[in-house]
Design a protein around this ligand. Structure first.
Ligand SMILES: Cc1cn([C@H]2C[C@H](O)[C@@H](COP(=O)(O)OP(=O)(O)O[C@H]3O[C@H](C)C(=O)[C@H](O)[C@H]3O)O2)c(=O)[nH]c1=O
Length: 186
């Protein structure tokens, strides 16, 4: 399995092997030992799946506060997304910094985003299907959001604001400065 630590080293891009033949393909999309060898050691307790019908859908920037903070292992099984992780851990040397990766059914890559990060993505195709494993259960009360095109974060999104399709909730999210104290680096 290909493993790459991104510019924020706690964020890891992994690409499991895909075995193609005349019938189609087979892939071990999750193997606990291979993930541990890659540095992804926290156990997962919930699988999520979302479908975004339009190109330009933006979901995020989201997190859940401790004790419900979630690490996420994200993959795109249909279409393509641009997946972004923002370090929200006060005291981290990369606090307020972001890293991103294109995840697609073609490149078969997965992005590990630890607890303490905000997560979001925009779709690069229609009918983008995203599946992700979480290390914490959903807890609505502890959900927090930051505005996707935050001026403070200056994320270099591959879509224009006028192309973005968002939920009401995400349109009303606050600036990144609201996240001060949400998480602490250790
Ligand atoms: C996240 C979640 C949502 N829901 C329900 C709550 C709503 O009735 C409905 C849609 O939720 P939401 O609009 O928050 O879905 P997304 O905008 O895709 O949110 C996700 O987007 C970003 C990219 C993330 O990383 C998070 O996993 C999550 O915040 O699903 C559940 O029942 N369980 C869950 O774990």
């Amino acid at each position: 399995m290909k493993v790459e630590r991104l510019a924020i080293p706690d964020v890891i891009l992994v690409t499991p092997p895909k075995f193609a033949d005349n019938r189609g393909f087979f892939s071990e999309t999750y193997n606990i030992q291979r993930m541990k060898d890659a540095g992804i050691t926290q156990p997962f307790v919930q699988d999520n799946q979302s479908l975004s019908r339009q190109k330009g859908v933006v979901r995020g920037l989201h997190c859940q506060l401790d004790p419900h903070a979630q690490g996420k292992l994200v993959r795109c099984t249909k279409g393509a997304i641009w997946d972004v992780a923002i370090d929200a851990r006060t005291g981290s040397p990369t606090y307020g910094k972001w890293v991103a990766a294109e995840l697609s059914e073609d490149n078969w890559s997965q992005l590990w985003i630890p607890p303490g990060f905000l997560h979001g993505f925009c779709t690069l195709t229609e009918n983008a299907e995203v599946q992700y494993k979480c290390t914490g259960l959903y807890d609505k009360a502890s959900e927090r959001a930051v505005i996707w095109n935050s001026k403070e974060l200056a994320i270099d999104w591959p879509i224009k604001p006028e192309e973005a399709v968002l939920s009401e909730k995400d349109l009303e999210a606050p600036e990144f400065s609201a996240a001060k104290g949400w998480f602490h680096y250790s």
